[in-house]
Design a protein around this ligand. Structure first.
Ligand code: ADP
Length: 560
């Protein structure tokens, strides 16, 4: 098993001297995860990115042409612009997000993958509207792939959780030191609670194995509060496992949401860390749920892992379905007891709702230290950051309402407030931008970025651009709602009313042909599809309109 593709120091020095002449690619977070594990030999026998023949073979049969089992493609993707600078036999420098060179790819071949065919093979569907993994794959993956050998210069750098990060080779050594010939690996994504302790220990007993807990850390470079929160939860959970029976680490394995194939890929990666068994959770490899439904049939993951166990060398161990027995005060198998005696643990969505509303969480569900951490990371809504995002035609009433809300929030004094009014932003943040579609999207994206930072730090951001395009509004909603509340208010005042008001003389100029690209006149305003509130301000006093918004915020729990 190759342990690493890092070059010896002398060769690194020599290669570094040649780097400035070569094309380069700054890798995204997920590609950095792949590179780190590739360089550490976790995807053995792969020690570089798959070439087209290997890629096709993996899509069709989950095997490399040499017969090795690998269920997912491991390819380097990039844009058409970079593809123009590359050719077989050439070299490409792979940098981290700050431009620090980590490796050089010796390009063997490059090609444009058929992404739909890849999605069907890997995810089992190419319908992005029903599968979050497919959607992310289509949105984030470049149009070109390259395969070839990697010359490793430096492993991606981490500055956090150093005691939990080890290479597969180091993990194998730890397992050996422990004297564990049988190791049950688990690769959870979220925080673990009392029921998970029971599941893990039951599975370890069944497998007669030591326990290696390697939760996903696929955001290693972003200083993301959620990552640190999860690590703190894992550490707190680990303290409740019996001493000497379990080890805790982090595995930078990018999650794809490809269900059975992904779970098999995880099992193989854990095998490289010394695992002989793999705990299969009911949602192992599942993408984030879209439209409420599951993407894969129950049992599909376990069946695939069991089928390939003789080849993979990893025995799947199913996780028991357990319920809390309210009289016996312990967890029991779900089928063993009648419904009125058991409590079902809340799902992660239900848990989020309990936390967001500051409601009580039963003590049988989790450990006090984990709960404290969860409450700190997920405060009730009125303590979270909040973005009120106004959209509408010029003159619709966005700034007027934004200012009233600003004053109300300042009077309450509970959270810091920032007003990102359309004109203020255009003057300060986007002064060089015009009104083309591209520039309008960029302007709204910048506002979204600033608002997301404010919301992340639990402030209130009130945004009031025209934001005429749904695509940019959707991107902002997705970005910001990861960190706190997001409420979109469509100020839906008609064009006729806005023209009649014509506060800034904009519509008069448009009519006289002195101004082009005026939203609603000769540039489109795409009606919002996800507005939380639509307000037509014709015949409505500003204070009345603002009150409607505040009442909605109160109803949603964002203000008290
Ligand atoms: P925008 O920011 O959407 O371009 P402004 O807030 O600058 O719009 O201008 C809206 C105009 O409409 C202001 O002159 C405001 O006094 C008037 N107006 C009348 N009724 C309302 C209302 N209910 N809400 C907001 N503005 C109103």
């Amino acid at each position: 098993m190759p342990s690493s593709v890092l070059l010896p120091d002398a060769e690194v020095r020599e290669l570094r001297a040649a780097l400035p002449q070569l094309p380069y690619l700054n890798l995204g977070r997920r590609a950095l995860c792949d590179l780190e594990l590739l360089m550490q030999g976790a995807f053995a026998p792969l020690s570089g990115y798959m070439n087209q023949t290997q890629y096709q073979s993996v899509l069709e049969s989950m095997h490399l042409p040499d017969g090795s089992l690998i269920p997912l493609p491991v390819c380097l993707d990039f844009s058409a612009t970079l593809a123009e600078k590359l050719e077989p036999g050439g070299r490409l420098v792979l940098n981290d997000q700050e431009g620090f060179p980590l490796a050089v790819l010796e390009v063997e071949d490059l090609w444009q993958p058929d992404k739909r065919a890849e999605a069907r093979a890997v995810f089992g569907t190419d319908d992005a509207s029903v599968h979050a993994g497919v959607r992310r794959f289509f949105e984030e993956t470049g149009a070109w792939y390259a395969g070839g050998t990697i010359l490793g210069l430096h492993l991606p750098m981490h500055h956090d959780s150093m005691d939990l990060r080890r290479s597969p080779e180091e993990w194998r050594a730890v397992m050996q030191r422990q004297g564990w010939a049988r190791v049950l690996g688990a690769h959870p994504h979220g925080a673990l609670h009392r029921v998970d302790r029971e599941i893990l220990l039951r599975a370890a007993r069944r497998a007669d194995a030591g326990l290696l807990l390697l939760p996903a850390a696929d955001q290693p470079f972003l200083v993301d509060a959620d990552h640190f929160h999860k690590v703190r939860c894992h550490r707190a959970f680990y303290e409740h496992l019996p001493e000497g029976l379990a080890e805790l680490g982090l595995l930078p394995l990018a999650c794809r949401g490809a269900g059975p194939r992904e779970a098999l890929f995880q099992a193989l990666t854990l095998r490289s860390c010394g695992c002989t068994h793999f705990l299969v959770e009911p949602d192992q490899g599942e993408p984030r749920p879209l439209n409420g439904g599951r993407a894969y049939a129950p049992g599909a993951v376990f069946d695939l892992l069991e089928k390939y166990a003789p080849e993979s060398g990893v025995e799947p161990v199913p996780s028991d379905a357990l319920r809390f027995h309210s009289r016996k005060k312990c967890f029991v198998p779900a089928q063993d007891t009648s419904l009125d005696e058991v409590e079902t643990p809340p799902t992660s969505e239900e848990l989020d709702i309990l936390l967001e509303h500051g409601r009580e969480i039963p003590s049988w569900f989790t450990f006090p230290e984990v709960l404290d951490e969860m409450r700190r990371a997920h405060p009730p809504r009125h303590e979270q950051g909040l973005c009120v995002f106004f959209t509408g035609l010029s003159g619709a009433g966005k700034s007027t309402l934004a200012k009233i809300l600003y004053v109300r929030f300042m009077e309450q004094g509970t959270r810091p407030v920032t007003l990102l009014d359309g004109d203020i932003v255009r003057r300060n943040l986007s002064s060089e931008l015009g009104f083309s579609r591209e520039h309008r999207v960029l302007n709204v994206t910048r506002i979204g970025f600033v608002a997301s930072e404010i919301v992340k730090n639990r402030g209130i951001a009130i945004c009031a651009p025209i934001a005429p395009y749904e695509e940019a509004r959707r991107a902002n909603r997705e970005l910001i709602s990861q960190y706190g509340g997001y409420v979109e208010v469509h100020v839906s005042t008609s064009l006729a009313t806005c023209e009649a008001r014509d506060r800034k003389g904009l519509y008069a100029k448009a009519k006289a042909g002195l101004k082009k690209g005026v939203t609603g006149v000769d540039d489109p305003f795409e009606p919002p599809q996800h507005a939380d509130l639509a307000l037509d301000t014709a015949g409505l006093a500003p204070e009345d309109a603002a009150r409607k918004i505040l009442l909605l915020l109160e109803q949603k729990g964002y203000v008290r």
